[in-house]
Design a protein around this ligand. Structure first.
Ligand SMILES: [Zn+2]
Length: 417
């Protein structure tokens, strides 16, 4: 989500860096060897202060979660700021633990994982004083290999060096972060039946992961692990016939079920259905979720079920839901362009001003995986039949987080509503 330029917010940092450089004076020109690496110090553990023209911090401590690829994922974001009065180019970002590189998508290539605030396209260059977000997905093979601390080895280059303080290229070790000892919450599925597709889920840079919003003066990533559920027909289609009619989507009106026990802390039940095929306009922030339920799961976790049908929630705030209790019907209200259930877990009761938490589904069948995002786009936009990836390890899964493009069968043990 777009954000105002960070220039004003980093003015003090920018000035401090400029002073350090200008006090060193005597512009030495570029004849000085430029391959020096200014820092090899371990970030905040360093005894000696080192100049790091790129500052970095995580938005939230990563929480490990096991996904359907069998890997344990740490999905989080880095907030980056170029404190210089000149452009700074990123060469690489590498999450490390005790100096050892961790497997991560951004280590394989910076794009598409970095976006400057206000820009829609990914970039490797931060302009003077600009801030950006970098989306990180570290994976380790098992829970026992989750690091306690992650740091980030970031190599940068500047066009106008001023050695020895500001060499042309340097490597920083920044954003030392303690990995959370919290576990992903284990829940039951929110839907029942075959061919439920995970759209926009973790851990690529999907619309959900990219939805980092400036609210109340700070950044929030509520949809970090959110899933948009749609159901494919036996032919692999999402809709038949007129795309702009909710009735063309066979799963429209499916029951949505409570994923755990807990009280309803807020709900909306009176917003109109949108016309599929186009993004709604004119919505206020509090209408984005459409008709929805927020449920307190305890331990600071809240479940969010969004875009439900108008009038379909037969409940009130304060009602205690049991696992598998029907809480409403899948609809197309709020900020939505086709019937779906938006579901996520968050660390506060506000669906936007909160941070997304990972979750694992207790038991389900992984039956397919859509080939790629382009194919999913053709399924959602033109009604094409899904094409499935080959070699997917299908079958029963326990305590795993579905990944984006997964197709699953859910068995909800339904309770009376
Ligand atoms: Zn969504």
């Amino acid at each position: 989500m777009a954000s105002p330029s960070g220039k004003n917010s980093i003015a003090l940092v920018f000035l401090a860096a400029a002073m350090v450089v200008s006090c060193s004076t005597t512009q030495n020109s570029q004849t000085t060897p430029s391959d020096s690496s200014l820092t090899s110090a371990p970030g905040s553990n360093s005894a000696e202060p080192v100049l790091t023209p790129l500052t970095a911090a995580t938005l939230a401590a990563p929480i490990p979660v096991t996904a359907t690829d069998g890997e344990v994922h740490l999905a989080y974001e880095l907030f980056l700021t170029n404190t210089l009065a000149q452009p700074l180019t990123l060469r690489s970002i590498e999450p490390v633990s005790n100096g050892v590189p961790l497997q991560s998508s951004i280590s394989d290539g910076l794009l598409p994982w970095i976006r400057v605030f206000g820009a829609t396209r990914p970039t490797e260059t931060l302009g003077p004083g600009q801030s950006a977000l970098a989306w990180i997905d570290v994976t380790v093979p098992s829970s026992s290999e989750v690091p306690e601390v992650v740091e980030h080895r970031i190599s940068v280059a500047v066009a106008t060096p001023n050695p020895p303080l500001l060499p042309a290229e340097m490597t920083e070790i920044v954003a030392r972060t303690t990995v959370s000892t919290q576990s992903a919450v284990v829940i039951d599925p929110p839907l029942n039946g075959e061919n439920w597709l995970n759209g926009n889920g973790c851990c690529g840079l999907t619309a959900h992961r990219g939805a980092v919003s400036p609210l109340n003066g700070q950044l929030f990533a509520p949809e970090r692990f959110a899933i948009d559920y749609v159901q494919l027909t036996s032919e692999g289609k999402m809709f038949n016939g007129d795309r702009t009619s909710v009735n063309s989507y066979p799963y429209y009106g499916s029951d949505v079920f409570a994923v755990a026990e807990g009280k309803i802390v807020s709900m909306v039940n009176d917003l109109p259905e949108q016309t599929p095929g186009a993004d709604p306009v004119g919505l206020t922030l509090d209408q984005f979720g459409g008709n929805h339920v927020v449920q307190d799961l305890g331990n600071g976790r809240y479940a969010f079920y969004a875009h439900l049908q108008r009038g379909s929630i037969p409940l009130e705030v304060g009602d205690n839901l049991t696992v598998g209790q029907s809480l409403g019907k899948l609809g197309n209200s709020g900020n939505t362009d086709a019937p779906h259930l938006h579901f996520h877990i968050m660390d506060g009761p506000d669906p936007l001003a909160s941070n997304g938490l990972p979750f694992e589904i207790r038991s389900f069948d992984l039956t397919n995986r859509i080939m790629n995002q382009d194919n999913l786009d053709s399924v959602t936009d033109s009604g094409a039949a899904a094409q499935f990836a080959t070699g997917v390890d299908t079958g029963r899964r326990s305590n795993q987080m579905p990944l984006t493009l997964d197709v699953m069968t859910y068995d909800v043990v339904q309770q009376g509503s």
